[in-house]
Write a protein that binds this ligand. Structure first.
Ligand code: SF4
Length: 244
């Protein structure tokens, strides 16, 4: 099966494991194997083109998110150049060579996951309805909420994996490990970008939550920049299928 024409070797190594939203199910061996196991054949393949469009739209929302973050920063008197330098680190990131789970990026990812739960709980508390926003979102917000929920607990383990890879590289130098580190960090950055885009959609919808939505946006933006500092080669990493 692996030799079938059209399949992209290794595409599943640096993906986000969100097959329902993937634009490459028809070209992914991993998807093919899993689909055969659960006997739903090629059910998702027809959605590849739709999913491609979905992520293109989310790309536009990311531009909006970045504009929003710059506006918030300007309101707080932060110059654009200073904003670009803001990270999570109070010491040089290269000195943070210890337990990956205690790395500031990992801590920030855990903190973010908690902020999401608090945000949704606060919205539910203020809502007059009986149903939770998470389980019964309005149709227009279904997709951004799906994005937020998919990546909420995805970012932390991927950050830990990338940092662990970086630490192990010190002992066993090799370009394969470095590539894996960069590929994993790139998936983290994409997850953060998409999550920022989704939060920017929710921002205008819940004025009572404006402050906490802004905190989330700023926190994620800082995490995004910090990951870029720790893994400078990540953005340029070319993931099989997705980036070429
Ligand atoms: S590449 Fe796409 S289809 Fe394959 S495992 Fe990843 S998300 Fe699923």
């Amino acid at each position: 099966m692996a030799d079938e024409p059209g399949l992209i070797p290794g595409i599943y190594i640096y993906c986000d494991r969100w097959c329902e939203r993937c634009a490459f199910t028809s070209r992914c061996l991993q998807f093919r194997i899993e689909a055969e196991e659960v006997e739903h054949g090629n059910a998702l393949q027809n959605f590849d083109a739709l999913n491609m469009k979905f992520w293109q739209e989310m790309g536009k929302a990311l531009v909006q998110a970045m504009r929003l973050i710059r506006e918030i920063a300007a309101r707080e008197g932060i110059e654009p150049d200073d904003l670009q330098k803001e990270t999570l680190f109070s010491e040089p990131p290269e000195s943070l060579q210890r337990d990956a789970r205690k790395h500031p990026c990992a801590n920030a990812a855990i903190l973010y996951a908690g902020m999401v739960n608090e945000w949704f709980a606060a919205v539910d508390e203020l809502s007059e309805g009986e149903e939770s926003l998470l389980t019964h979102p309005p149709p227009t917000l279904e997709e951004p909420i799906q994005v937020i929920r998919h990546y909420q607990y995805f970012i932390y383990p991927k950050i830990v994996r990338a940092i662990e890879g970086r630490l192990s590289k010190k002992e066993a130098a090799g370009s394969e490990i470095e590539d894996d580190v960069s590929g994993t960090a790139k998936v983290v950055l994409i997850a953060i970008d998409r999550t920022l885009a989704a939060w920017s959609v929710l921002y205008g919808e819940y004025p009572a939550q404006e402050d906490s939505t802004l905190s989330i946006l700023l926190h994620l933006d800082r995490l995004r920049r910090s990951v870029e500092v720790v893994f400078p080669a990540a953005r340029a990493f070319i993931r099989p299928g997705f980036d070429r």
